[in-house]
Ligand binder design. Structure first.
Ligand SMILES: Cc1cc2nc3c(=O)[nH]c(=O)nc-3n(C[C@H](O)[C@H](O)[C@H](O)COP(=O)(O)OP(=O)(O)OC[C@H]3O[C@@H](n4cnc5c(N)ncnc54)[C@H](O)[C@@H]3O)c2cc1C
Length: 472
């Protein structure tokens, strides 16, 4: 059948897969030749919000994408130039008359889209931009009055009830002309970043799909009971795959729902809880979309201007996992070693930074973005503001987690702590349930707690109370 366009471009951004891909399917259906392209940015070398782990994961995923496209007869063009110039040049070189891309959920990526649309229009190129980072675009889940939700529970109720988009069929045959120039698939050196974490996950669609299948088969059914236990493999470990679009959210959701419906009703709680976590992800996308000021300010206006403190020694101790609080240090060392941290521990370390060390959540947010493979601007900001008590539907400021009792509750045998702090491996787990009372560190070479939790908790309560009184 005659195709409408001779040549079409699919601009890959954070959707690095071939399966269930709107853009790829659209260029296959509408164009005789397909040009999948990825533009390498140079700004990431200097930016605070990305680091070696994310970029290495990106490199692995681009290499995998190229290989997967080749299976269908295509290939990935890599171009190292500013996006607008690069798109213009590629359109002129190829004579493309069709251009499609996935809309980006964060203000930085989203910001360029109007210019891309304008450029294409000025060159007479048809544009197709689609939303599929999440199941529902922020504008699709609003209050009865048409306003954005500020609280998670009513948002998630509506989100869960909405009909979900179905998976798309896969492409069958692509044709990418051989005469168009491309850069090498990048390696980490492209950005001049330091070495990535030694134990990071493998990128690419194949590895991500294996993780997804394993999660659906082995994790989601018992998710509710095991997700808070960092020593266990109780969570899906799919956040980086969703961040880079190595799996489609449509497919993941459909697989979880299918697994849920195959269970007797009394055993469906785990899958439902899992689906609700996916709703948190979309809630934070919506918060970022409607309240982009959260990247600079506290979501809740009453907490703007809180008097944060900065003690450099405390900051360094937190970053390197040397605070003397084993659960905090285990989390921070897991992050450095793997580019990941368990969600329960993310909450503990974030609350510790903001409520025990009184350090501004923005510093923690930035540190996480530099080290997490799954660094997602919306979820990261949401998680940090939740922990600081300043965010949308955040933990109230007076609910301050105690790192010692959190350990007793969520890592009672100290397995997670010992995994990341080998210097404490010989100690009984009860030693991690409260601060040492003999004035000595828990082990040789391990620091004494840098602060007293009770004292700092009281200080935080006083600081927040005074601030509240001064702004109300
Ligand atoms: C301070 C802080 C920072 C965070 N930063 C990020 C981040 O940069 N990127 C990121 O993807 N998540 C972030 N989270 C949320 C959460 O910690 C991770 O999504 C989760 O640990 C990823 O592991 P998993 O895939 O095994 O999650 P699972 O427990 O298996 O959850 C399944 C999926 O649901 C989503 N999800 C789960 N919990 C949350 C949540 N609280 N908020 C938003 N989405 C959620 C994720 O996409 C996740 O992959 C942060 C949380 C906190 C407290």
């Amino acid at each position: 059948m005659e195709k409408k366009h001779k040549t079409g471009i699919v601009w890959y951004r954070r959707d690095l897969r071939v399966r269930d891909h709107f853009g790829l399917l659209a260029v296959e259906e509408n164009c005789a030749e397909q040009l999948p392209v990825y533009f390498l940015s140079s700004w990431k070398a200097a930016h605070n919000w990305t680091g070696a782990n994310r970029q290495q994961f990106l490199c692995d995923s681009l290499a995998s994408l190229d290989g997967n496209l080749r299976v269908f007869g295509g290939r990935l063009l890599i171009r190292a130039e500013p996006v607008l110039e690069g798109i213009k040049r590629l359109i002129e070189q190829s004579g493309a008359t069709y251009f499609c891309y996935q809309k980006d959920p964060d203000p930085f990526g989203h910001g360029i889209e109007a210019d891309v649309d304008q450029l294409c229009r000025s060159l007479g190129v048809e544009v197709y931009a689609y939303h599929d980072v999440s199941l529902h675009a922020p504008e699709e889940v609003l209050t009865g009055g048409g306003l954005p939700y500020r609280v998670y529970t009513p948002y998630s109720k509506q989100w869960l009830m909405k009909e979900k988009p179905q998976r798309l069929k896969n492409v069958t045959a692509l044709h990418t002309p051989a005469d168009l120039s491309t850069e090498e698939i990048p390696c980490i050196g492209h950005w001049n970043l330091s070495h990535p974490a030694p134990q990071r996950l493998l990128g690419g669609e194949k590895a991500a799909r294996e993780r997804m299948k394993k999660a659906v088969a082995e994790i989601v059914t018992n998710y509710k009971d095991r997700r808070d236990l960092p020593a266990e493999q109780g969570t899906s470990r799919l956040s980086q795959d969703l961040r880079w679009g190595l799996i489609s959210i449509r497919e993941l959701y459909a697989r979880v729902l299918q697994a849920e419906l195959a269970l007797p009703p009394s055993q469906r709680e785990g899958c439902l809880t899992y689906r609700k976590e996916l709703a948190w992800r979309e809630f934070y996308f919506a918060i970022l979309r409607f309240f982009p000021e959260v990247l600079e300010w506290e979501f809740s206006a009453q907490w703007r201007g809180l008097p944060w403190e900065h003690n450099e020694a405390h900051w360094q101790a937190w970053c390197s996992g040397n605070t003397g609080f084993p659960i905090v240090d285990a989390g921070m060392r897991e992050l450095l070693a793997t580019g990941h941290m368990h969600n329960r521990v993310r909450m503990i370390v974030a609350m510790f930074l903001t409520k025990d060390l009184h350090i501004d959540w923005r510093h923690g947010e930035s540190w996480f973005m530099r080290h997490l493979i799954d660094g997602e601007i919306a979820s990261n900001n949401g998680g940090w503001q939740w922990s600081a008590g300043t965010g949308a539907d955040a933990a109230p400021y007076f609910r301050i987690q105690n790192p010692w009792s959190q350990t007793q509750r969520f890592d009672p045998k100290g397995i997670y702590i010992k995994r990341w702090l080998p210097e404490l491996a010989h100690l009984p787990a009860e030693k991690f349930y409260e601060a040492p009372t003999n004035g000595l560190p828990l082990a040789k070479g391990y620091p004494f707690p840098i602060v007293d939790h009770r004292t700092e908790r009281d200080r935080t309560l006083a600081i927040f109370k005074v601030h509240k009184a001064s702004t109300s």
